[in-house]
Design a protein around this ligand. Structure first.
Ligand code: SF4
Ligand code: SF3
Length: 545
C-alpha cells in the first residue's frame, strides 16, 4: 500500500504497511480502486457535458460519497467501499452508453477503459494507486487536486442533505477528475487545476454556509456546558447538522439527552438547534481522544462523518457505535437515510435508555458562535478596538487537531500570544486552547470560534469585510496572520480556498504535507509565501512581531 494523504503519515513520507490511522493495506487497495472508478466516472461525465449532452443525476451523489468515504478516518469498512465500487462501475457503463449513442469518443485512459471485471479488482486497485504517477511533481499536483476534491465532496454532501446543490461544483469535480486521469497532463495544466480547486473550495464552503444558516439560523454567541446531566445520553460526532437535528427531534421527551463530540460542538451555536433543551453540552475534546472519552460516556455514539479511531479489542464501547453517511466501520451498525432524507434513530435511542448516564470528566463552559454574522454584529466594537490599538493583531489558528506531541506547539503558541492578539479559530484545532481562559479585550473574547472547519469560510468573509472597512487594497495588508494546523483532507480544501482568495504567508503545521513535492513546494513558496512552523518563540516574532 501507499498512502500519504494525512499529517500523521508514517515517517512523514507515507504509510506502506498499515496506516497510522489504522487503515489496513486491503482497505487502502479498495480505496485506490474506488478512486480509479471515480476518476473514470468523472472523466466520462465531463466528456458528455463538454459535448453539451445530458449526463445522469446519480453522478452527483456517487462522486461526493465515494470521495468522502476515502477521507482519512471516514470509512474502514471494505464491504461498504466495495459496494461503492460496484455502483460506480454500473454508473460508468451507463455514462459510456450515453457517450456511444452521442458519438462521443472517449480517451483511452485506464480509468475509462477498465470494464469492472471482478477477478481483476485487486490488480486494478494496484494500477490505480498513488504511485501510478512516476514524476513526483506531477503526482504531487494530482494528489493536491484529489485531496482538495475529497474535502470539497464532504462539504458538498452536508450541504446537499440540507437541500442545497450547485451543479457548477459537480461539473468542476468531474472536470478535475478528468484532468488528473490524463497521463499526459502538463505541470501547467495541473497547477491550474489545483488553483481552480481552491476557487471551487470557496464556493462549496459558501454553499454549506448557506445551507447551515438557511435552515438553522446564524450562529450566535453561546456558552456550551462541558459537564454532564443525570439522564442517559447519546454522543454525536462529525459535521452533519441534519443528523443532529433528526436526533434531537426524535429524542425530545424520551428522557435521553444529546451531547456533541469533536466537530459537532458548533451545533450548539445555531438557534434552531440550541433551542432543544436536551442538547445539554459537549462531551470531551477533539476526535483523537475518543478512545478514552467513549469509554466514560457510557451511552451510544453516532458518527456522522470522520474522524473514526479504530477501537482496541477491549474497548467497552464497541457495541454502542453507529455510523451514517459516508462513514463506516466493520461491525458497527450503519444508519441509512429514508427516501425523504430523514433517518430513524430509534435503535440508538432504545440502546441509550439501557445505558448509564455519562461519567463527568470535566466541568465548566466554553464560548463560541462567532461566525460571520455574529462578528459583524460586533463589528463596531472590533473596528474600534483595532483603531485604538487595543487589538494589535488577529491570528487565524483554525484547522485540525491530532495526536502528535508536536501539536502542543499550538497550545503553547496560544498561551504565549501577547494579550492584545485575538485568535480566530474553526475546526477541531480549537480544542488545543478553547478551555484555557485566555480572557477578553474590551468584552471581545480572545478566542473567537466560528465553528467547524468549513466555517473557515467565515474568516474569509470577515477578512474581506475588514479590507473594505479599513480601505485596504489587499487582504494581506490587514493585521491578520495565518497559523493553520492540518490533519486531513478537509484542511486541504480550506488551504486551497484561502490561496485562491489571495491570502499570502500562511503557515501550516505541525509538519508540511508529504504529498507536496519539493518542486511544488517551491512554486507555493514563491507565489504564496506558504511556509511551515518553527519554534513558538520564533513564530511569535514572525507572525505578531
Ligand atoms: Fe497513513 Fe494518513 Fe493514509 Fe492513514 S490516511 S494510511 S495515517 S497517510
Ligand atoms: Fe477535525 Fe477530523 Fe480536521 Fe473538521 S474532525 S477539522 S480533523
Amino acid at each position: 500500500m501507499f498512502c500519504f494523504q494525512c499529517q500523521e503519515t508514517a515517517k512523514g513520507t507515507g504509510c506502506t504497511v498499515k496506516g497510522v490511522c489504522g487503515k489496513t493495506a486491503e482497505t487502502n487497495l479498495w480505496q485506490d480502486l474506488l478512486l480509479g472508478v471515480v476518476r473514470g466516472v468523472g472523466t466520462v461525465d465531463h466528456y458528455l457535458k463538454k459535448a453539451g449532452k445530458a449526463s445522469l443525476p446519480e453522478v452527483e451523489s456517487f462522486i461526493t460519497d465515494a470521495l468522502f468515504s476515502t477521507i482519512t478516518n471516514a470509512n474502514f469498512d471494505d464491504t461498504s467501499i466495495l459496494n461503492k465500487v460496484t455502483n460506480g462501475i454500473l454508473l460508468k457503463k451507463q455514462l459510456m452508453d450515453l457517450a456511444a449513442k452521442a458519438d462521443i469518443s472517449l480517451p483511452d485512459w485506464q480509468e475509462v477503459r477498465w470494464g469492472g471485471d471482478e477477478d481483476d479488482y485487486a490488480e486494478e486497485g494496484k494500477r490505480e494507486g498513488i504511485l501510478r504517477n512516476e514524476d513526483p511533481d506531477l503526482r504531487s499536483l494530482k494528489e493536491l487536486t484529489v485531496l482538495g476534491l475529497k474535502g470539497m465532496a464532504a462539504y458538498y454532501e452536508h450541504a446537499s442533505r440540507l437541500g442545497e446543490h450547485n451543479p457548477d461544483i459537480i461539473n468542476f469535480m468531474s472536470e478535475a477528475l478528468c484532468t488528473i486521469s490524463d497521463p499526459d497532463a502538463s505541470m501547467e495544466t495541473l497547477l491550474n487545476c489545483v488553483l481552480a480547486t481552491g476557487k471551487y473550495g470557496v464556493d462549496v464552503m459558501a454553499l454549506l454556509d448557506k445551507a447551515n444558516t438557511g435552515v438553522y439560523g446564524n450562529p450566535e454567541l453561546t456558552k456550551v456546558n462541558i459537564g454532564v446531566g443525570k439522564n442517559p445520553g447519546i454522543l454525536i460526532s462529525g459535521h452533519d447538522l441534519k443528523d443532529i437535528e433528526d436526533l434531537l427531534k426524535q429524542t425530545e421527551g424520551t428522557g435521553v439527552d444529546v451531547y456533541t463530540h469533536g466537530e459537532m460542538l458548533p451545533a450548539h451555536y445555531y438557534p434552531q438547534l440550541k433551542k432543544y433543551k436536551h442538547l445539554v453540552g459537549n462531551y470531551g475534546n477533539a476526535w483523537w481522544k475518543q478512545k478514552e472519552e467513549f469509554e466514560t460516556f457510557n451511552g451510544p455514539i453516532v458518527f456522522t462523518t470522520n474522524c473514526i479511531v479504530p477501537p482496541s479489542p477491549k474497548a467497552n464501547y464497541k457495541d454502542r457505535v453507529f455510523t451514517t453517511n459516508s462513514a463506516g466501520f466493520p461491525g458497527w451498525k450503519h444508519i441509512e437515510a429514508g427516501a425523504d432524507g430523514h433517518k430513524d434513530f430509534s435503535e440508538v435511542i432504545t440502546l441509550a435508555k439501557q445505558c448509564a448516564a455519562p461519567t463527568e470528566i470535566e466541568t465548566g463552559e466554553i464560548v463560541g458562535g462567532f461566525a460571520h454574522a455574529q462578528v459583524f454584529a460586533l463589528a463596531d466594537k472590533v473596528v474600534e478596538a483595532v483603531k485604538s490599538g487595543a487589538i494589535r493583531k488577529f491570528v487565524v489558528m483554525g484547522g485540525c487537531d491530532g495526536r502528535m506531541k508536536s501539536r502542543n506547539y499550538y497550545e503553547e503558541f496560544a498561551l504565549k500570544l501577547p494579550k492584545d492578539v485575538v485568535i480566530l479559530t474553526s475546526g477541531c484545532a480549537k480544542f488545543k486552547y478553547n478551555k484555557l481562559a485566555l480572557g477578553d479585550i474590551n468584552g471581545i473574547p480572545r478566542v473567537l470560534d466560528a465553528g467547524q472547519c468549513n466555517d473557515s469560510y467565515s474568516w474569509a468573509v470577515v477578512a474581506l469585510k475588514l479590507k473594505e472597512i479599513f480601505g485596504a487594497n489587499d487582504i494581506n495588508e490587514l493585521p491578520i496572520a495565518f497559523n493553520i494546523a492540518w490533519y486531513e483532507q478537509k484542511a486541504v480544501i480550506v488551504l486551497l480556498a484561502l490561496l485562491s482568495l489571495g491570502v499570502k504567508n500562511i503557515h501550516i503545521g505541525p509538519t508540511l504535507p508529504a504529498f507536496v513535492s519539493e518542486g511544488v513546494l517551491k512554486v507555493l513558496v514563491e507565489n504564496f509565501g506558504l511556509g511551515g512552523i518553527t519554534t513558538v518563540e520564533d513564530d511569535l516574532k514572525r507572525m505578531v512581531g
